[in-house]
Design a protein around this ligand. Structure first.
Ligand SMILES: [Zn+2]
Length: 184
């Protein structure tokens, strides 16, 4: 997996780009949780479910189908999340599906069951620049952690923060030049 601090960057950058008028704080908070939700499947190890099983780590919770199911929460609870139902669906879907996409860019473990339940094959992308994060805090802190964070900073944080800043600047500029923002 990529680290738990890297996955929420995707919804945060989208929130920063589109603004709180479109994406409420509540929706953004739930989307950050959705972005790490797939990794709750590591509980499978406690129940001796094999890694390669559909119900093992990087199995069904990392699939596109699971992301659609999480997206449905955005439709069902759009009022509580204070958003348009399709914005709710889209952000929760993107936050969840992006988790598997980032994991498929890592260089270790098994691939991602993107197409569960139609296909149990585990997939990686051909380009895997991200160091895979060890499972468990102790192993993470035991030396490999620095390499993991370095690769995620270089290939995820830096480009996405740059993109987010650009989108934020463009949105501010658009709002300033929009006639409605001047009250005329
Ligand atoms: Zn994962």
């Amino acid at each position: 997996m990529a680290t738990m601090i890297t996955h929420p960057i995707i919804p945060l950058v989208l929130g920063c780009s589109l603004g709180l008028r479109v994406i409420s704080v509540r929706l953004l908070s739930v989307a950050c949780v959705a972005s790490i939700l797939p990794d709750f499947d590591i509980i499978a190890f406690q129940f001796d479910i094999p890694y390669a099983s559909d119900y093992g780590h990087r199995g069904f919770t990392h699939s596109i189908t699971f992301a659609v199911m999480v997206g449905m929460v955005g439709i069902l609870f759009h009022r509580a999340l204070r958003c348009n139902r399709w914005i709710g669906f889209s952000l929760l879907f993107i936050a969840t599906v992006s988790h598997g996409i980032l994991d498929a860019l890592t260089n270790g473990g098994l691939g991602i069951a993107f197409y569960w339940p139609l296909d149990s094959t585990r997939y990686f992308f051909p380009w895997q620049p991200l160091e895979v994060s060890p499972i468990g805090i102790r192993r993470f802190l035991s030396g490999r952690g620095f390499e993991v964070v370095r690769s995620e900073f270089l290939w995820v944080w830096l480009p996405l923060f740059t993109l987010g800043l650009l989108m934020y600047a463009m949105r501010r500029r658009f709002q300033r030049s929009s006639p409605s923002s001047t009250g005329t």
